[in-house]
Unconditional design. Structure first.
Length: 336
């Protein structure tokens, strides 16, 4: 995979630094809302990608470049502050610091606090083939590395939460079968919809709202201090997956998509209903019992999951209702 296209002067400087023999720190001037800043979000995504698959044009040793890590840290500070501000009202309403046994109920309260953008219902009942393909493009940024961010937590947990997370991840990673990897199933879904299934193929097409969804997972994944937020994110993700996936199946069937598209979402209708209980009770509740100081961050992660998904979903639905595309111009001709 090659570096993505820059989206402004900051990402242009970051990418130039990444391909240089001795990467230098590039200062980030937080002059805009970092959650919707295309320039910042694409730069942060690329910096995080060095800890996943990397880029053909970037030396693998640059993952630990002091200059790039300094750039990333400055971006992360602005990003984390924005995420905490976005979710604090819901977290504050749900938090009950004296009752760790109520963590699943608190996660549910944070989820219920988020406004439903109606994305799943729109795809089920109204979306055109082109709009459904756009949805798959947005989702490809995460689903082609599905569960990889949450796997970073395994060595950072102990006891019951560690065992439960390993159990959940075993399912996500195919239950011992390469062909059942959920990322592989999604690649097949992309192929079934006539889209490029290559890892990272659509990064230049998706907007900042979609990048922020993915960057939040990486922020939590790559910092041990945020392991509670990563597990809260996982719990909210699993808790809000089963019913939407059923609606995605309905939309794909209505539009006559290849069975590979419906197969991916069918896989998640039942599996994620089970994973919800594992993530909320066996992971998050047990983690807070071990480490009560992580309770607020567990709810932070849950709130970030649903709030950023709602923002990205609203962007799609609003654009489609207006007769526009929710993608950047670079890929609109491919999904048409």
């Amino acid at each position: 995979m090659q570096l993505p296209r820059p989206r402004g002067p900051f990402s242009a400087q970051v990418f130039a630094s990444m391909v240089s023999p001795d990467p230098a720190h590039v200062a980030y001037d937080a002059h805009a809302d970092v959650l919707s800043d295309e320039d910042a979000q694409i730069a942060l995504w690329a910096l995080y990608e060095l800890s996943y698959r990397g880029f053909d044009d970037v030396d693998a040793r640059h993952e630990w470049s002091p200059g790039l890590l300094a750039t990333r840290a400055q971006l992360e500070a602005a990003f984390e502050q924005a995420l905490r501000e976005l979710t604090e009202p819901a977290v504050g309403r749900a938090l009950d610091a004296d009752r760790p046994d109520r963590v699943p109920a608190q996660i549910a309260a944070v989820i219920d606090d988020a406004e439903d953008a109606g994305l799943a219902r729109f795809l089920q009942r109204e979306a055109t083939e082109e709009q459904y393909r756009e949805f798959l493009v947005h989702r490809s940024i995460y689903h082609l590395k599905e569960s990889d961010p949450h796997a970073f937590a395994i060595p950072r947990l102990d006891g019951a939460p560690k065992v439960a997370l390993a159990e959940l991840q075993y399912d996500e990673f195919g239950g011992g079968r390469v062909d059942r990897l959920h990322s592989t199933l999604f690649a097949r879904a992309l192929e079934g919809a006539g889209l490029d299934p290559t890892y990272g193929a659509h990064i230049d097409a998706v907007p900042a709202a979609t990048l922020a969804v993915n960057n939040a997972m990486s922020l939590f994944a790559l910092h041990r201090r945020l392991r509670g937020a990563l597990m809260g994110h996982l719990a909210a993700f699993e808790s809000t997956s089963s019913l939407p996936c059923r609606r995605y199946v309905g939309g794909a069937e209505r539009l006559g998509f290849d069975a590979r598209v419906t197969a991916y979402f069918d896989e998640h209708v039942e599996a994620d209903a089970v994973h919800e209980q594992v993530a909320c009770r066996s992971i998050c509740q047990r983690l807070v019992e071990q480490h009560p100081e992580l309770q607020r961050d567990v709810l932070l992660g849950a709130g970030v999951c649903v709030q950023l998904d709602a923002r990205a979903g609203a962007l799609m639905v609003d654009a489609w209702r207006a007769g526009d595309s929710a993608l950047l111009d670079t890929l609109q001709q491919e999904v048409a």
